[in-house]
Structure formats: structure tokens, C-alpha cells
Design a protein around this ligand. Structure first.
Ligand SMILES: Cc1cc2nc3c(=O)[nH]c(=O)nc-3n(C[C@H](O)[C@H](O)[C@H](O)COP(=O)(O)OP(=O)(O)OC[C@H]3O[C@@H](n4cnc5c(N)ncnc54)[C@H](O)[C@@H]3O)c2cc1C
Length: 481
């Protein structure tokens, strides 16, 4: 039996990036007795967990905003860091009936939209459906996918519907293989039977469905005080180990050594190193000593864009008698895509509206606009169902981000779906995935992109814990020899 402490005291582990993956790696390694140093390019920790504070009570999320109840690792650390008392229910899209759906140039309330739209969709993709419930079901499914998916996936799904999927679903209803009472066709129930026809939809949507299920589930949490309190609590434990404003410019793997160059000209030579830099950024750095397969994976991994626009409003007008909206999200088929209402307790009459949350090609559209044009257009579009936002001085301050333009991320999140190039997709655990996660000598890789739960904090944490396990195993093996 070898004691883990034999080597830890003097052993230094370098971590690149102070997002959740880097911070969890630092936190765990320090707890185990290792010396750690974390180098972060920007002037703040947290990466894609990024709360914009207009003041301590008025804030909005520019990055991650919800935690599914089955993301055990996130909840584990929240508990360990004493943040359980900050957990609050996150009311998500389709969970608040009074929210709006701005679709086909018409405004509906969410609880009415399936019924009303099933009449319009009648002529659009199928006139020969036999089951009325199937028609309603397909309408609901289409709205759900419209609301959450990026344009790349929406287009493929519409194509699927025209190419026989609508008929397939109709047949499943006629044969009683899918059974619903008509009033049961609600957004809450729609995905219950999706497994019956999943193999008939395009592979991109099959992969994205996991996110749709997570994003619409009832059991989601947020952190009162802003999601950034989570990385801040991890960083409390790591203070002097974190070096901000230290962008890495190059990494060389030379035998057991990892040589790291920084933008400011500094260089360090380390042994075990955990790199959590997103591959969208890493692929532009000077890399040497990497295997061809690793370089290919770094270059080939796709990122989906993501944009958010926040408005600090003088009044929480969405809560007034006319709208009666307390939380949840409105959906649109225009540039806004999703509008989230804050569900933090209103201590003030002001409120922060997430005026637009768009991903993939939809985000590209928002990102390509000049900042002022973007804000004006988002305001104009919200005004279609909340005219109050256009009143003089209603918007006190704004903030927006397009993660694809953010220098240290260059993309929203890594994705395995590919839109049009579906035929290139394989199982997520295919060769590309193996190459994404594999270490190069003593250089280990972590971050959401190195996990099967890509695009979630849970994935970022899991990937770090897996790399820590690999490092400790390696160290124990060396000591045992
Ligand atoms: C808009 C949006 C909404 C999201 N919503 C959710 C959600 O609701 N729930 C959820 O669980 N997840 C959500 N996610 C995903 C979640 O935010 C990420 O999966 C997670 O935060 C990624 O953590 P990470 O440590 O892997 O990467 P990052 O947070 O990106 O951390 C990487 C760090 O590396 C640094 N870095 C980059 N380049 C260099 C360099 N050259 N040198 C040194 N450092 C460098 C970066 O500055 C950054 O701090 C969302 C993401 C986005 C963009």
C-alpha cells in the first residue's frame, strides 16, 4: 500500500484556464495536498459562468444560468461550498402559461399556442394526417424544437416532417402505439414518447434532444446571488494560486515535460499540466509535440455560437396586470429566440430581463450586428408583446455578449451535432471523442469539451475529476515502482 502523500508535498501541477473545469481541478488537487498554479488569460475567473451585476440585487446571467437536478457533481460542490441555501427553483421555458409565443408573425400565450397553431400548420407540412391528436402533437413538437434548437437543427427537422416523419407519427397515433388524450398534448408531455420515432429524425436533432429535455425539465435550479458565486466560492480556496491576465500563447510537449509560453514572454516548464482552454482558442495557439490525431481533434471539434442580451429595466413591467408573468420564458421565431424573465425575489421595482438568448446560426445573426443596432432591434422585437420596453427611459442599462466573439472562448459550447453535415456524425463516443479527451504525455485535457455532457457545467467538472484520477493513478504507479 503506497501513501498518496509521499509525492504530493513537493509536486506542482499547472492548470491552464480558471473556468469551472480549471477551478475544480485546482480545488481538488489542493485538497489532496498538491501545489497548484492556475494561469488564466482574462482578468476574471469563472469563464462561461459569468453573472453581470448591475448592482448586488440586480443581475443577469451572460453564461450558464440553470442546474438540472440530476447534475450531481454541480450540486455536490454547491453543497460542499456551503451554497445550498442559495439554490432556488429556475422556472424555465414552457413552465409559465402566461408567457408569450411570437410565431408566424402572431402573438400567442404559451398555454394556447399548440391549439391555435395546429390549425395553421395543417396546410404547411401535411394535409393527410388521419389523427387530430397526432396533428396537435406534431404542432407541439415543432414549436418545442423551434423554441430551443438553433436554425441548423430546425431546418433539418422541418425537412424530416416533409419527408415522411409527420406520416410516421400519424401512423403511431392511429395504431395506438402513442396514446394521448387530446388535452394531454402539452409541452410537458410531448417528449414522453419521442423514443418511438427518434430513429427517424436527423442525427443532429437526436443529439440535441438531450439538451431540449434538460432545458425544459421542471426540476432546474439557479443560484440566488448569481451563478458567479459558485466559481467565486471555489476561488476563495485557491486565492494565491490563481494568476489572472496570463494568456498562454504556446504549449510544447517534450517527453515528460510540458513547456508553456505566455503572451508576456514568460515561459515555464512543468510536468503534469491540465489544460482547460477551449479547443476553439487552443487551435490558434502555437502547439508542438502533439500527435496528429490530437491536433486533428482540436481542429475538428465544432463550437455552437451563443449570444445573450440583458436589459436592466426601470420596472418589472412583465409582472403587471396585463401580462401577469412572474418568471419563465417567452419564445419567438425571430432573432430574439428566447426571452427569460427573472425569478429572483423582487427586492426592487427594477428588474433584469434576458431579452434574447440565441444559439448557433441565430446567434450569428445577432452577433453580426453593430452593438447599438443589436440593442435597438432586440428592444423593438420584445416590444411586439411588451410595448412597455419602448417607453422613454424604461431601459436603464444593457449588456450583451456573443461568446463566439469573446477572445478567450471563441464559441458558445462544443457540440457533436453538425447541422447539414449529418452524415459526418457518429456516436459521441467515437474516435473523435477519444482523441478529444486523450492526454499528450503529461499534458491532460479537461473542460466541457472533454466530456459527454458537453455544454454543461456538469461536463466541465466531470472531465476535471477524470483527469485528476488519471494523474493520481499515474503518480501512484510511479511511486510503487
Ligand atoms: C450562453 C451560455 C449558456 C449556458 N447555459 C448553461 C446552463 O444553463 N447550465 C450549465 O450547466 N451550463 C451552461 N452553459 C455551459 C457552461 O457554461 C460551460 O459548460 C462551462 O462553464 C464550461 O467550463 P470550462 O471550464 O470547461 O470552460 P470555460 O468556462 O470557458 O473556462 C475556460 C477558461 O480558460 C481561459 N482561457 C482561454 N484561453 C486561454 C489562454 N490562452 N490562456 C489561459 N487561459 C485561457 C478562459 O478565459 C476561461 O476562463 C452555458 C454556456 C453558455 C455560453
Amino acid at each position: 500500500m503506497v501513501s498518496e502523500n509521499i509525492f504530493k508535498e513537493q509536486k506542482e501541477i499547472i492548470i491552464l484556464g480558471a473556468g469551472i473545469a480549471g477551478l475544480v481541478a485546482g480545488y481538488e488537487l489542493k485538497k489532496k495536498g498538491y501545489t497548484v498554479k492556475i494561469y488564466e488569460a482574462s482578468d476574471r475567473i469563472g469563464g462561461r459562468v459569468f453573472t453581470k451585476y448591475f448592482n448586488p440585487d440586480l443581475y443577469g446571467e451572460l453564461g450558464a444560468m440553470r442546474i438540472p437536478d440530476d447534475h450531481e457533481l454541480v450540486l455536490h460542490y454547491i453543497k460542499e461550498l456551503g451554497l445550498c441555501n442559495k439554490l432556488r427553483r429556475f422556472k424555465t421555458v414552457f413552465n409559465e402559461d402566461n408567457c408569450y409565443a411570437d410565431l408566424n408573425n402572431k402573438i400567442y400565450r404559451i398555454d394556447k399556442v399548440i391549439k391555435e397553431l395546429s390549425l395553421c400548420y395543417l396546410n404547411r407540412f401535411d394535409q393527410n394526417l388521419k389523427s387530430e391528436t397526432a396533428r396537435k402533437y406534431i404542432t407541439g413538437l415543432k414549436i418545442l424544437i423551434e423554441a430551443i434548437s438553433p436554425v441548423e437543427i430546425r431546418e433539418l427537422f422541418t425537412r424530416d416532417l416533409y419527408n415522411g416523419l409527420a406520416q410516421e407519427i400519424d401512423t403511431l397515433f392511429c395504431n395506438n402505439e402513442i396514446k394521448y388524450d387530446e388535452e394531454e398534448v402539452t409541452f410537458r408531455n410531448i417528449l414522453k414518447h419521442a423514443d418511438k420515432f427518434l430513429d427517424k429524425v436527423n442525427p443532429s436533432l437526436q443529439l440535441f434532444l438531450r439538451d431540449i429535455i434538460l432545458e425544459t425539465k421542471k426540476e432546474l435550479y439557479r443560484l440566488e446571488g448569481g451563478m458567479s458565486i459558485f466559481p467565486e466560492a471555489l476561488a476563495q480556496f485557491l486565492k494565491e494560486e490563481i494568476h489572472l491576465n496570463k494568456p498562454v500563447s504556446g504549449i510544447s510537449v517534450l517527453g515528460d515535460e510540458v513547456h508553456i509560453e505566455f503572451n508576456d514572454g514568460d515561459t515555464i516548464i512543468s510536468s503534469e499540466t491540465i489544460c482547460t482552454i477551449p479547443y476553439s482558442v487552443l487551435k490558434n495557439l502555437k502547439l508542438s509535440g502533439f500527435s496528429d490525431s490530437k491536433l486533428r481533434a482540436i481542429n475538428d471539434l465544432k463550437y455552437a455560437d451563443a449570444s445573450k442580451v440583458l436589459f436592466l429595466c426601470k420596472e418589472r413591467f412583465w409582472e403587471n396586470e396585463k401580462h401577469k408573468i412572474k418568471s419563465g420564458a417567452s419564445i419567438t421565431d425571430n432573432k430574439l429566440r428566447q426571452v427569460y424573465y427573472p425569478d429572483n425575489e423582487s427586492k426592487t421595482k427594477e428588474g433584469v430581463l434576458l431579452g434574447s438568448y440565441a444559439i448557433g446560426g441565430d446567434s450569428k445573426e445577432i452577433a453580426s450586428m453593430r452593438k447599438q443596432d443589436r440593442l435597438n432591434e432586440v428592444k423593438e422585437l420584445i416590444g411586439r408583446f411588451h410595448p412597455e420596453i419602448k417607453e422613454n427611459n424604461m431601459v436603464l442599462k444593457t449588456e450583451s455578449i456573443s461568446w463566439e466573439d469573446h477572445k478567450w472562448t471563441l464559441g458558445g459550447c462544443s457540440v457533436m451535432w453538425n447541422g447539414e453535415n449529418d452524415q459526418e456524425l457518429g456516436d459521441p463516443i467515437d474516435q473523435l471523442y477519444e482523441d478529444i479527451i486523450k492526454p499528450e504525455g503529461n499534458l491532460f485535457f479537461a473542460g466541457e469539451h472533454c466530456s459527454e455532457k458537453q455544454a454543461w457545467i456538469e461536463g466541465a467538472i466531470r472531465s476535471s475529476l477524470e483527469q485528476i484520477e488519471a494523474i493520481t493513478k499515474k503518480d501512484l504507479a510511479k511511486v510503487a515502482v
